[in-house]
Unconditional design. Structure first.
Lengths: 327, 303
């Protein structure tokens, strides 16, 4: 009996003493190794690829990427960037990315928060649940499927909207929606809200569900209206989660949803002026009209700016509310 | 007495609140209509007869119900092939994703993991900064994965976001005492991982599996970049090509004569395709949605 006790004690002691030593934890270290290798290969190796942006990349057939990059391509400093900044599509590309993202971020906070609060006010829990379920639905459809929906409505030939207009006698039913830049300017915003509102709402719904019901009871006894309860209880308590969602969104202000800007408008040439964002440009410059130098430069600009914005946004939010920072 | 009750109700809902409720219900009903109408329309149109669809008579309910559209879709060569591919990519991809995520998250959840902070930084850094599309494309190209199934399975094998959700779950929801107890009982790390940790983590594993599975089912971008061979393409890419083509060629069907002369074939095929491609997700939907909501909350725990 006593030997058993000392044995356990010894074991405990040896474990206690060895905490932090890497040999004892070899197993978990090994377990972690495959991911690390995969990670270094597929996430960090491409980072060295950003030097393409500073070189004049040339391909000699039959040679691999590294050989081409190191031996076959000359350094050219910031030439690629200069060329990119001076090109006529750089301005619109940045403008589209930033302006649309600003609109999306603003609406991506206001609409989901408003809807979440509204749904939480509904009398019947069952109705509230059904509403939430329905609004979540578009999140599960890919952009390809959404673009089919859009096409069903907007097709020039037999699209639902043109049909309806013709039946009602509002137009001749031949309107070319995919060429209509003024319409798409706003329709892109609508599509973004349509697809993302349900998903963004979930977080707020859950936070509202977590608010102590006693606060509302106390407010009710004091004779406050629903609007006052929302204004003075719900909104202030949602502030931390709103700011976290805000930084996450601002951090990706230089990115854009490829599906929304390329897939949904079916890459319509007439809409390029508003649909060309950085991502769309990089894709086109890789596969449609190959220009690896310029697209690498654009991608690097995007990455660096994105990284800076997320750090700044985090600092800003921390200053307003020290608890709410992301890191 | 009764009057008093009515009065009490009136006090509960002052005028201001009633106006608010009217506004709230209107907005919510409008939103629901906007979300539901396209879906109802497409389903109805897909079950209608081609003539009626082409004439534009379908607005809400199917007109002259028929299954022509579905017949056409199921005899389309690329669609069925794409379907099989998507099933394969979803199953294989999700399996790889979940394994890699779990074996990455578990060591990071252990406080005694050597260089834990360093690894954590290594992973989170890529959430904010990355090489971008072109170097990744060139890399995949140069290791010979281009135009193979691996291009869809390996380069995106782990999402850091899901890994952090999993790690946070391991750390917060599985008590550390369990590890100590099993270590005292002489249980190896591997045994603890398989017999204690994984069974207790079913919730988070189902959440991330669904995240990955829905992602694979809906993804078309990597296929768009890497896959040129039609026989490897997933359903979403096949759909995209059909949508972009102005006309559907009869040669794409197994039995061209059958489809020849079918009125409104292109419309029917498009509507039926939407239903066929989204049906599996929609069947799983109620269940998926519950887990998604759960996952969002798991992910919002800072760590």
């Amino acid at each position: 009996m006593s030997t058993l006790a000392t044995k356990t004690e010894k074991k405990k002691k040896s474990r206690g003493a060895s905490t932090g030593s890497s040999f004892d934890n070899l197993e978990i270290f090994l377990l972690h190794l495959p991911t690390t290798i995969w990670y270094l290969l597929f996430c960090y190796a491409p980072m060295f690829g950003i030097i393409i942006a500073f070189k004049k990349y040339k391909v000699r057939p039959g040679k691999n990427f590294l050989w081409n990059l190191i031996h076959n391509s000359k350094w050219c400093g910031f030439d690629n960037f200069e060329f990119l900044f001076e090109s006529s599509y750089f301005g619109p590309m940045i403008r589209n990315t930033l302006v649309y993202n600003l609109i999306f971020i603003t609406l991506g906070v206001i609409i989901p928060v408003a809807l979440a609060i509204m749904i939480s006010h509904l009398h019947s829990k069952k109705v509230a649940k059904t509403c939430q379920t329905m609004m979540f639905l578009p999140h599960f459809m890919s952009w390809v499927v959404i673009s089919y929906f859009v096409n069903a409505f907007l097709a020039t030939d037999r699209g639902l909207v043109n049909n309806l207009f013709k039946t009602l006698g509002l137009s001749d039913g031949k309107h070319q929606w995919y060429q209509d830049i003024d319409f798409w300017r706003w329709f892109l915003v609508f599509l973004n809200v349509y697809k993302s509102v349900g998903y963004n709402m979930v977080v707020y719904m859950a936070s509202i569900g977590g608010i102590d019901a006693e606060l509302y009871e106390a407010a009710l006894i004091d004779g406050s209206s629903k609007w006052q309860q929302t204004r003075y209880i719900t909104l202030p308590l949602l502030r931390p989660i709103i700011s976290i969602m805000f930084i996450l969104a601002v951090g990706s202000i230089f990115r854009s949803d490829f599906g929304l800007f390329y897939q949904a408008p079916r890459n319509s040439g007439a809409l390029t002026d508003i649909t060309q964002t950085i991502d769309v440009y990089v894709y086109k410059a890789l596969l449609e009209r190959p220009n690896i130098n310029l697209s690498s430069a654009a991608a690097l600009v995007q990455s660096v700016c994105g990284c800076i914005t997320i750090i700044l946004a985090n600092l800003l939010v921390k200053r307003i509310d020290p608890e709410a920072g992301l890191f | 007495m009764a009057a008093k009750v009515v009065n009490a109700r009136k006090i509960k809902h002052p005028l201001e609140d009633r106006i608010l409720y009217a506004v709230v219900y209107t907005i919510i009903i409008l939103f629901c209509i906007v979300v539901l109408y396209p879906i109802i329309f497409v389903v109805s149109a897909s079950f209608s007869s081609g003539t009626e669809v082409q004439l534009g008579h379908v607005y809400l309910w199917p007109v002259k119900p028929s299954l022509d559209g579905y017949e056409a879709v199921f005899s389309h060569k690329n669609v069925m092939n794409g379907y099989r591919n998507t099933l394969f990519y979803t199953l294989a991809g999700t399996t790889i994703n979940v394994i890699i995520t779990v074996i990455c998250a578990y060591p990071l959840s252990r406080r005694d993991m050597p260089m834990r902070g360093f690894f954590m930084f290594l992973y989170t850094f890529t959430m904010f900064f990355g090489g971008g599309l072109i170097p990744t494309y060139l890399l995949v190209n140069s290791i010979g994965m281009n135009n193979t199934i691996w291009a869809l399975l390996i380069p995106g094998a782990m999402s850091v976001y899901n890994m952090i959700i999993t790690r946070t779950f391991f750390q917060n929801s599985v008590p550390v005492e369990l590890l100590e107890a099993s270590q005292i009982d002489g249980c190896s790390d591997a045994r603890y991982f398989f017999s204690v940790l994984l069974p207790l983590s079913q919730a988070v594993i189902s959440v991330i599996s669904l995240y990955y599975a829905v992602g694979h089912w809906n993804s078309y971008f990597s296929a768009l970049i890497y896959l040129r061979k039609v026989e490897l393409q997933p359903l979403q890419l096949v759909l995209r090509n059909i949508l972009l083509a102005t006309r559907i060629s009869l040669n794409e069907f197994e039995d061209p004569d059958l489809m020849d002369g079918m009125v409104g074939l292109e419309f029917l095929v498009k509507y039926a395709l939407i239903v066929v491609s989204t049906a599996p997700i929609m069947c799983l939907y109620p269940f998926v949605q519950k887990f998604f909501a759960k996952g969002v909350m798991l992910g919002s725990v800072k760590g």
